[in-house]
Design a protein around this ligand. Sequence first.
Ligand code: 2BA
Length: 109
Amino acid sequence: MKLLLTIVQDADVGRLQSALSEAGFQLTKLASTGGFLREGNTTLLVGVEDEEVEEVTGIIHDTCRERTRVIPGGSPFHAPEATFAGPPVEVPVGGAIVFVLNVESFQRL
Ligand code: 2BA
């Protein structure tokens, strides 16, 4: 069994959730925040059999889009005290980030 730890943009999560549910997959949805942009995103936990990983990643691939975010440029984005001089920088985000983890055991108690 595998656990797909999947980070998606909030704009994609509704369609992805519907598509996974329609295909019969169970999931858990967590609110999360990206460390770089410091904006909200969504983390889905999807537990599947090994042979289902490809189907799930296919659904994720078909559902989640790459978008760009424009952030102030010219100074370190992480320094709150910085003044943002210089041209803005375009940052690509997504479609989705998927970590495929081995599950040692699955128990429903
Ligand atoms: P954020 O950390 O907010 O990152 C948003 C986007 O900013 C990233 O998109 C990437 O294109 C860019 N980015 C991130 N760190 C950067 C850096 N140090 N320098 C330049 N650009 C940078 P994605 O790669 O599609 O990632 C989307 C979200 O997925 C991330 O949001 C983060 O929440 C998560 N993520 C991505 N890679 C991860 C990893 N290795 N471990 C944990 N979470 C990850």
